[in-house]
Each structure stands twice: as structure tokens, then as C-alpha cells.
Design a protein around this ligand. Structure first.
Ligand code: FAD
Ligand code: NA7
Length: 516
């Protein structure tokens, strides 16, 4: 913790950034009796879009993404409803009478967001956090210049600071017309026109999730992949997600290509999408291709918002990419802390930012000593077939323990709800869901000696299924503990209680029966 300092300051704590981490830390510190100020300011996107307090998650991240993903899943359910007896009043399949309206979805999603912005402001007021909608920059190690939207300027001093400024999407610097004509996820959830034929550039989870729900809403969607999809996730599961999107959802994948130029063929008017011409290049052959899209969205990475907040003046060290190295959220400057997406090498997820913020405030102001545990953090990719995981990927386990010293148990399966007339269904074939558990290997095959290392689940409601898997991982439970669990039937999650087939055995891992 920071050394004792008897100087008088305006605040005990100033939090720069009012996203998931900043809100959590501010409220916790105020609840512990501290005088807290939280700054939150959104620099508009190149398209001029900005939003209210709450940061990425609630405005342009998790929440609108999950709602739009859900909108696309509803479409899939309606498509299947026929097999469950649902039809229009004149006896037609509902899917034959279906059309999605983008502007209705955007209106409801944006109303939901505005409701959250409002309740955050109200909560900050009742919890005695001074909220300023202004941009903060260090001018001295204990002093910030804060600038409001109307350019009014003030200065505040504080004993402690928490940097919680998050990240923003980047545009490529080698694609002509990118910033002028393309969007990022920061613009998508409030796009004022129906996106139409869409090209998503990038192959991370943000790219695949957005491509997935746009396709589910009925748009023609292509994804441009520079190298591999879902870098950092388990390779087998990542390719499985991609294959599902390609083969059953008919998302088009443009492999080994990068963007070169975007031109406007027809501008957006009367609430209609523009028409853009995209020129892209194959990385190996160098061959150039041209195609037309209504929307080009870059999801090629995000940059920490640390370059324009005077961290050099405060003396805070950054790594070469602008992330902040910390030890238990403390930077190299003892009274300045950092949480959330700006941290070097930590999972960039909302619950991680919240947990770090709350625990940091308790350690600073309540004599607590619990640190944020960044290991075994679960996550889910909300693609058309969802993918949830926690712990080691198969590649990481092989790297760490060696291929001979790990065991991989796996099983393809079909959710009960997908089994009616599966041969007529375009999207939900048999045995396309998949579960995999990675363990250490016991040479004598005794599951009591096989420690659990990782859980992977590809199927519906993956987040709900995977949520409790950090628990056995943190408890260092064994495969025998897992086998001893009794499932809830008929669910998808029960698959983890019956995984007898190891990859090494070479046995068929597709599911044949269903109830014993
Ligand atoms: P942020 O929430 O980004 O908040 C930072 C705030 O600080 C912003 O409001 C910013 O404008 C403000 N700010 C920046 N500089 C200044 C300054 N100098 N002065 C004042 N204010 C400033 N995570 C999940 O857990 N689950 C998901 O499903 C998920 N989906 C996502 C989908 C998308 C499309 C994206 C982009 C992200 C998603 N994430 C998801 C990640 C999650 O949104 C982030 O991990 C989380 O928001 C990080 O919180 P934070 O507090 O670090 O930063
Ligand atoms: P990520 O996870 O950093 O991934 C970037 C993706 O974009 C990845 O697939 C890259 O491919 C690809 N990429 C990067 N540059 C290019 C160019 N120039 N052309 C084509 N493709 C490119 O970024 P996200 O946008 O998903 O953000 C993730 C963050 O959002 C996460 O940290 C949370 O905070 C929320 P590569 O594998 O490098 O070839």
C-alpha cells in the first residue's frame, strides 16, 4: 500500500473511468466512508457516436451484444417452433412469415442502455460518489486537470487514484478509407440503419460474436480472418465454432486476407445503409479482390486508453503496448492504482474489473487483505453455437505438462431440445455440441490421481453451464470427484458428469442414446 501522506487533498480517491471497474471501486470506497470522485468521459467514435456513464460493458459491449445475440437466437427458435406445434393462425410455419426489424431492436436495446445509465447516475448520487462527466489528465502526481464537454476546465487533487480507463477499438493504419467509411463495435449497437450485407474484419471473440448475431438476424455476413479464429482459446473448440458458423449458419469466411481500401459507392441516406467497395489482399498470393458491402466493421483489436492521460507526468510505467503492469493493482507509483482492461496480462472481462475494484477498495480502506485472483477465470464466447471455457486449453496443458502427462476426456452430444425432426432442421444437427475436460494423467488410470485442469463446452447456454467450473478447478478436484457427481437430466451441463471417453482411447465420442 502507499506510504503515509499527511497532505490535505480534495478527495481520498479519484477514479478515472466510470466503466465496470471504476464504478465498482468508487461505490465500494464511498461505502467505506471515503470521499470519492469518479470521472467518466466518452470520446466520440469517428462516426460521432458516444454514450452515457457505465463504460464499455453496458453501452457498447457485453449487454447490447448479449441482447442482440438473444435476438438472433429467438429467430432460430421460431424457425424450429413448427416442430413443437407452433404455427400461424392460418396454419403456416412461423418461419415463412418472419422478418426482422433492425430499428426496433436498436430502439429497445438503446432504451435499456439509457435506463442503466440513469440508474448508475442515481446510485452514484445516493452512495455519495461525486460523478463528473469530464476527461481527466494528470498534471502532477496527485493532481488532475479535468475538462468537461463544453471545454470548461478544473483541477482536483487526491490522495489515491485508480486508473480504470478501459480500451477502445482500433482501426488499421494501412487501409485507405477505414476510419472514414467503416465502423467498429462502438457504432454497431446503435447503427441508425439496417446493416445489410456486412463484412467483419478480424477473428477474435468480438468479431465472431457480432458476425454471428448479424447472420442470425438474417444478414449476409462475411468474416475476414488474417490467421486463425479465436486466438488464445482452445484450438479444437475454436475451429468447431468456426465450422458451425460456416456450415450451418452460412457465415462466409475469407481466409488469409487483409483489407487494403474502402471506397464509398453510395452514401447512406433516408435511413438506408451506404454501399461500400472493399478491396482486400491475400497474404500469400498477394492477389487483390474487390467486393461490395453495406457495412464494414473492424474488430481487429482494442487499445488501452492510457496514452493521453498524463501518465508520464505522474511517473506511471506502461508496457510497449500501453498496458499498465501492476502488483495487486498497484502501479510503480505507490498512490496510483489500476484495474480492468488497462492492466497488463489480465483477463479483460467485466467481472474481473469489478472484482479487482471492490477488493482494491477494501484493501485500501477496510484493512482487508484479499487480492483479486486472476487464475481460472471462466469466459464465454456468444457465437451462434456458444463456447464457454475455464482453465487450461489443450495446447496450454500440453505445453505445461507434456502430451503424455495429460488426459483429455470428451463427448459430442445433442441437446434434448434439438432432437425433434433433426433431419429437417437446417441449423441444429445431431452431435454438434461438444464437451471436453482436461486433466493431469495418472499412469495407472486411477481418476483419483487425475487433477482437473480445464473445462470446455460448445453448446447452448454455455455461460450458464461453465459458470461453476472454476470451483472444482480452484479446489484442485479430480476426475474421480467429477465422475461422482450426479447430473440433472435432461440438461446439457450433465454431460460433465459422464465423460468416460478419453481422446487417447480413440473410442467414438459421439452420443448414441440419451437416457442410459
Ligand atoms: P470500461 O468499461 O471500458 O470503462 C472505461 C471508462 O473510462 C469508459 O467509459 C471511458 O470512456 C472512460 N475514460 C477513458 N479515459 C478517460 C479519462 N481520461 N477521463 C475520464 N473517463 C475516461 N466482458 C465480459 O465479461 N463479458 C462479455 O460478454 C463481454 N463482451 C464484450 C463485447 C464487446 C463488443 C466488447 C468491446 C467488450 C466485451 N467485454 C465483455 C469486455 C468488457 O466490456 C470489459 O472487460 C470491461 O468493460 C472493462 O471494464 P473497465 O472498467 O476496465 O473499462
Ligand atoms: P483481439 O482479441 O485483440 O483480436 C484481434 C483480432 O483481429 C485477431 O483475430 C487478429 O488476428 C485480428 N487482426 C488484428 N489486426 C488485423 C488486421 N490489420 N487485419 C485483419 N485482422 C487483424 O481484439 P478484439 O477486437 O476482439 O478485442 C478483444 C477485447 O475486447 C478484449 O480484450 C476485451 O477487452 C473486449 P491475428 O490473430 O492477430 O492474426
Amino acid at each position: 500500500m502507499a506510504p503515509i501522506d499527511n497532505t490535505e487533498y480534495d478527495y481520498d480517491l479519484v477514479v478515472i473511468g466510470g466503466g465496470s471497474g471504476g464504478l465498482a471501486a468508487s461505490k465500494e470506497a464511498a461505502s467505506l466512508g471515503k470521499k470519492v470522485c469518479m470521472l467518466d468521459f466518452v470520446t466520440p467514435t469517428p462516426r460521432g457516436i458516444s454514450w452515457g456513464v457505465g463504460g464499455t460493458c453496458v453501452n457498447v459491449g457485453c449487454i447490447p451484444k448479449k441482447l442482440m445475440h438473444h435476438a438472433s437466437l429467438i429467430g432460430g427458435e421460431i424457425e424450429d417452433a413448427h416442430f413443437f406445434g407452433w404455427q400461424s393462425k392460418n396454419g403456416e410455419p412461423l418461419k415463412d412469415n418472419l422478418k426482422h426489424d433492425w430499428s426496433t431492436l436498436v430502439t429497445y436495446v438503446q432504451n435499456n442502455i439509457k435506463g442503466s445509465n440513469f440508474s448508475y447516475r442515481a446510485l452514484l448520487a445516493t452512495q455519495q460518489v461525486k460523478y463528473l462527466n469530464a476527461y481527466g489528465t494528470f498534471v502532477e502526481p496527485n493532481k488532475l486537470r479535468i475538462v468537461y464537454k463544453n471545454s470548461k476546465e478544473e483541477f482536483v487533487t487526491s490522495r489515491h487514484f485508480i486508473i480504470a480507463t478501459g480500451e477502445r477499438p482500433v482501426y488499421p493504419n494501412d487501409c485507405e478509407g477505414a476510419e472514414q467509411y467503416a465502423i467498429t463495435s462502438d457504432d454497431l449497437f446503435s447503427l441508425p440503419y439496417s446493416p445489410g450485407r456486412t463484412l467483419v474484419v478480424g477473428a477474435s471473440y468480438v468479431a465472431l460474436e457480432c458476425a454471428g448475431f448479424l447472420r442470425g438476424l438474417g444478414y449476409d455476413v462475411s468474416v475476414m480472418v488474417r490467421s486463425i479464429v479465436l486466438r488464445g482459446f482452445d484450438r479444437q473448440c475454436s475451429e468447431h465454432v468456426r465450422n458451425y458458423m460456416e456450415n450451418y449458419e452460412h457465415v462466409k469466411f475469407i481466409d488469409r486476407c487483409v483489407m487494403k481500401k474502402i471506397e464509398e459507392v453510395r452514401e447512406s441516406k433516408n435511413g438506408e445503409a451506404p454501399l461500400l467497395r472493399a478491396t482486400y489482399r491475400h497474404l500469400e498470393s498477394g492477389e487483390e479482390f474487390t467486393d461490395e458491402f453495406n457495412t464494414v466493421m473492424f474488430a481487429i483489436g482494442r487499445k488501452p486508453c492510457t496514452d493521453n492521460i498524463g501518465l508520464d507526468v505522474a511517473g506511471v510505467e506502461l508496457d510497449s503496448k500501453g498496458y499498465i503492469p501492476v502488483v495487486n493493482e498497484q502501479t510503480n507509483v505507490p498512490h496510483i492504482y489500476a484495474i480492468g482492461d488497462v492492466l497488463q496480462g489480465k483477463p479483460q472481462l467485466t467481472p474481473v474489473a469489478i472484482e479487482a475494484g471492490v477488493l482494491l477498495a477494501r484493501r485500501l480502506y477496510n484493512d482487508h487483505n484479499v487480492n483479486c485472483d486472476y487464475i481460472n477465470v471462466p469466459t464465454t464466447v456468444f457465437t451462434p453455437i456458444e463456447y464457454g471455457c475455464c482453465g487450461y486449453t489443450e495446447e496450454e496443458a500440453i505445453d505445461k505438462f507434456g502430451a503424455d502427462d495429460i488426459e483429455v476426456y470428451h463427448q459430442y452430444f445433442t441437446p434434448t431440445e434439438w432432437k425433434l425432426n433433426y433431419y429437417d432442421r437446417p441449423r441444429k444437427p445431431m452431435n454438434v455440441c461438444y464437451a471436453k475436460v482436461i486433466t493431469t494423467r495418472s499412469k495407472d488410470g486411477d481418476p483419483r490421481k487425475e487433477t482437473l485442469l480445464g473445462f470446455h463446452f460448445v453448446g447452448p447456454n454455455a455461460g450458464e453451464v461453465i459458470q461453476f467450473t472454476p470451483f472444482p478447478l480452484k479446489m484442485k478436484a479430480t476426475k474421480a470427484d467429477l465422475d461422482a457427481l450426479i447430473g440433472i437430466h435432461p440438461t446439457c451441463a450433465e454431460i460433465f458428469t459422464m465423460l468416460p471417453i478419453s481422446k487417447r482411447s480413440g473410442k467414438e465420442a459421439t452420443q448414441q442414446g440419451c437416457c442410459g
